[in-house]
Design a protein. Structure first.
Length: 314
């Protein structure tokens, strides 16, 4: 089955900082090394879906600078249709500085740049293409009014929308309810529900709260602990691969892309989540933004623990 995925989202240049030393004064932090790499949730998700074999269409904006050219070229190189990645004159491309420690990343500075200039008119021009897609992936890196209008359009057209609710403070209840699937991590899940993340019950309670708020299918990402999948009255913990973490950059983007590709190809939610878990784990085990191929993910899925854990049936 041919899979078509639309993505409306951000494109950034990511600057990864390695071996950052703590500053005891007002002096600048010192890093042992750095890596400049095209990123942004929209671009990452589009590239991941394309490498997994989908036909992918990306809608977004970059600046008229070298970073913008690099970002656009990177998605095209992976097979993404970038006809609707537009250049904003006189504006810089989005930029993120990321500190990496023991495979974990922390975003230090985010400059939206051209991402903030995406308009509903830009998206409208791409609607005929988006309407032909099995799933549209969207994140809150785009302007709030664009996300709101895209959500309204998707509901009216009965188009399937998968939402990566990051950053969570820019996500409305209407978007959560409209999306067929949402994929928060624990921090985003607790932020959306207002719960503390310190309790061992926080993941389960956050998923339950999101379902009670009207979310249809919740996939709460817990890193090495797998994913809690909530749907109707059932909550399942779906395991992931145990890998040596190298770099978690883009792992969540790989997850939602793999979820969309597998679900669009006719897989069940459970099987799609297992496929996405395996893809995300492979990504984490490699440096930089690592995008696994479908054959690699299928092989890795065979190594997943066979049983999911039923947490509760309400």
């Amino acid at each position: 089955m041919s899979v078509r995925i639309g993505v409306v989202g951000g494109l950034n240049m990511d600057i990864h900082l390695f071996d950052v030393s703590e500053s005891r004064s007002q002096a600048a932090f010192r890093a042992g090394n750095y890596l400049a790499q095209p990123g942004g949730k929209g671009a990452n998700q589009a590239r991941a879906a394309a490498v997994l074999g989908a036909e992918v269409f990306l809608v977004g904006r970059v600046g008229d600078d070298e970073f913008g050219s690099d970002c656009r070229e990177s998605v095209v190189a992976d097979g993404v249709n970038a006809e609707h990645v537009l250049v904003t004159e006189g504006v810089r491309t989005g930029f993120v500085a990321i500190r990496l420690t023991d495979g974990h990343h922390q975003s230090l500075v985010y400059v939206p740049g051209a991402n903030a200039h995406l308009t509903w008119s830009d998206v409208q021009a791409a609607l005929p293409v988006l309407a032909s897609c099995n799933v549209i992936l969207v994140q809150a890196e785009i302007p709030a009014d664009v996300l709101a209008r895209l959500t309204t359009w998707a509901v009216g057209q009965d188009v399937r929308l998968f939402l990566d609710p990051a950053p969570p403070e820019d996500v409305t209840r209407a978007s959560l309810v409209a999306a067929e699937a949402i994929t928060p991590d624990l921090q985003e899940g607790t932020s959306l529900t207002g719960r503390s993340s310190t309790s061992s019950l926080s993941p389960v309670l956050s998923v339950r709260d999101l379902l009670d708020a009207g979310a249809k299918n919740v996939f709460l990402k817990l890193g090495h602990a797998g994913v809690i999948f909530g749907h109707d009255d059932e909550l399942l913990r779906i395991p992931t691969l145990l890998v040596e973490p190298n770099d978690e950059t883009g792992a969540g983007d790989v997850f939602i892309a793999a979820l969309a590709v597998h679900r669009s190809a006719g897989g069940s939610w459970r099987d799609a989540a297992r496929f996405a878990n395996a893809a995300s784990a492979l990504s984490v085990s490699r440096p930089g933004l690592a995008l696994p191929r479908a054959d690699e993910v299928i092989e890795a899925t065979a190594d997943l623990p066979p049983e999911d854990e039923l947490i509760e049936v309400r």
